[in-house]
Design a protein around this ligand. Sequence first.
Ligand code: AMP
Ligand code: ZN
Length: 138
Amino acid sequence: MIKDDCIFCKIAKGDIPSATIYETGDFKCILDVAPANKGHALIITKEHYDNIFQLDAETAAKIFSFATVAAKAIKEETGCEGMNVLQNNGAVAGQTVNHFHLHLVPRNTGDGVNMSWAPKETVAEEQQTLAKAIKSRI
Ligand code: AMP
Ligand code: ZN
């Protein structure tokens, strides 16, 4: 499915230009137009999925598999020291473009990019109960 009013559907189709690194029938890997760092790339699906909650495991496997290839190529080319691979789902999680995409963000010492959070405390028994409850839904 393609959504007419979706910017990433238009990029996926080639109707809006992008700096394309690589593409297959399932996804397109492009440079982010407003990068956190040089070499910040996105892997976007060719079909429209709002987010991970809509995406099928087969397409996801292809995207996450290619992420390992793209990460190495970006690291080699940019000389970055590290990389964040992240993926936002829902406005509350920071998603601004409602079409599934995976971020590859090259990282360097002192680059000022901030992806930290304050860790919450846990109780071991509650963690076990929660893990089992989630498992029951798989
Ligand atoms: P998110 O906040 O996870 O939805 O990320 C959306 C990303 O898409 C941001 O990093 C934007 O800079 C990027 N973006 C938005 N429009 C374009 C575009 N036309 N070409 C490339 N990247 C884009
Ligand atoms: Zn779309």
